[in-house]
Design a protein around this ligand. Structure first.
Ligand code: GTP
Length: 411
């Protein structure tokens, strides 16, 4: 591992099932396949996956040639310095896992939209994932035209034009389209160059109060953990602002569900940070950018099996309110995308159940009040969120949750 501090960004991988997202991350990190198959064995591949990469650039070459995942320049063999570390958030492509994709999108500074060259574009989930990026406000997008090794140059060009037509008028209209073969490792340098250019490390405020969105939580003592020297109950995710240090007392909200006099209440969890990892490194302090894992003094029974996913961690007393009902402005799309039949979206109805994604939290609620562009929803599970937070709204259409619009949390 290197000792140079380089900017870190979180890049999401989205796109239709089997278009090669996992293979691509493997090519960009050199390690992912093993970890992924390890996860598969443990039966948790439906959850979000993470992998870290360090990118190197040789100053001696123009274009994508000098970009690689190895410190040795692929052209001249000279040693190069790292210029960027990247945490990949791999969202599963399957349509029933849209909630997981939305939960992961809260962590993304930008996204790679992976589209296979050997299938007509757009496929249903490609449409739905692009719409999700648009709704959650992810503007920095690089389109990867994958599997170019299995089509002729003419067909690749035809397909490229299909992608161009598909993204016209969307948030990805000006996104670069990089033809690659993840499997044959063709054009990976150009892809790294595009990621560097189009997904910059965002401005963040390390001086603000800490807010960590939790996207994984587990028992470190279980076999298969990547962070063997962390101890106790572990939470993983990303800081959106502020910093967390080793030894800090932290609070996790909403916390634990309890029954008090026949009422369900949520009690924030208070604990101490005993170790921090970013990527493969142990660090004394975590700042925004990249994914991290924090070892705490919590009993692993509280953190096991992703039980704290969707919660927020920060310093004691400094987190946003715990909300068991949300009032938000609503902007609905015209039609449901990604379904076989693209149905019109009707206004929200009183008593209608909705699935709402806020930060990494995915929660279900019932509409209790609705006006033209505002709604109130009572939640089954509360969330911890600030006024102004973005809310992705899904409703049941033809038996599954479909993304129908976006909300902004009001006072
Ligand atoms: N020929 C060829 N095959 C590829 C390429 N990239 C991926 N594949 C194959 O396509 C299949 C799907 O790849 P994955 O990487 O699992 O796809 P995915 O998008 O992660 O799929 P989900 O996680 O299920 O959404 C696998 O059999 C890969 O070996 C490529 O560039 N060329």
């Amino acid at each position: 591992m290197h000792d140079v501090m380089v900017p870190n960004v979180n890049i999401g991988l989205v796109g239709h099932v089997d278009h090669g997202k996992t293979t691509l991350v493997s090519g960009l990190t050199g390690v992912w396949t093993d970890r992924h198959s390890e996860e598969m064995k443990r039966g948790i591949s439906i959850r979000l996956g993470y992998a870290d990469a360090t990118f190197y650039r040789c100053e001696k070459h123009e274009g994508g040639e000098g970009y690689s995942i190895s410190p040795d320049c692929p052209v001249c063999g000279e040693k190069c310095a790292p210029f960027r570390t990247v945490s990949f958030v791999d969202a599963p492509g399957h349509e029933t896992l849209m909630a997981t994709m939305l939960s992961g999108s809260a962590l993304m500074d930008g996204a790679m939209l992976v589209i296979a060259a050997n299938e007509p574009c757009p496929q249903p989930q490609t449409k739905e994932h692009l719409m999700a990026l648009e709704l959650v406000g992810i503007k920095n997008i690089v389109i990867v035209q994958n599997k170019i090794d299995v089509v002729s140059p003419q067909d690749a060009l035809k397909h490229y034009k299909q992608i161009k037509a598909f993204v016209k008028g969307t948030i990805a209209e000006d996104a670069p389209i990089i033809p690659v073969s993840a499997q044959k490792k063709i054009n990976i340098g150009a892809l790294i160059q595009a990621l560097d250019t189009y997904i910059p490390a965002p401005e963040r405020d390390p001086g603000a109060t800490a807010q960590m969105l939790i996207a994984r939580s587990f028992d470190i003592n279980k076999p298969g953990s990547n962070w063997r020297d962390l101890k106790g109950g572990v939470i993983g995710g990303s800081l959106t602002q502020g910093a967390i240090k080793d030894g800090d007392d932290i609070e996790i909200r909403p916390g634990i569900q309890m029954q008090v006099e026949n009422r369900t209440v949520w009690k924030p969890i208070i604990t101490k940070v005993v170790s921090i990892h970013t990527g493969e490194r142990k660090v004394a302090e975590a700042t925004p950018g990249g994914l991290m894992a924090i070892g705490t003094k919590l009993d692993p029974a509280i953190t096991k099996s992703d039980m704290l996913v969707g919660q927020v961690a920060g310093h004691v007393g400094e987190l946003p309110e715990i909300l068991d009902h949300l009032t938000f402005t609503v902007k609905l799309m015209d039609r449901v995308v990604g379904s076989g039949s693209e149905l019109d979206i009707t206004p929200l109805k009183h008593k209608e159940p909705l699935m709402l994604s806020v930060g990494t939290a995915v929660t279900v609620g019932v509409v209790t009040n609705t006006k033209k562009d505002q709604a109130e929803v009572v939640l089954k599970r509360p969330v911890c969120a600030d006024v102004g937070a973005r809310i992705a709204i899904s409703r049941q259409v033809e038996g599954r949750w479909r993304l129908i619009g976006m909300g902004i949390l009001a006072e």
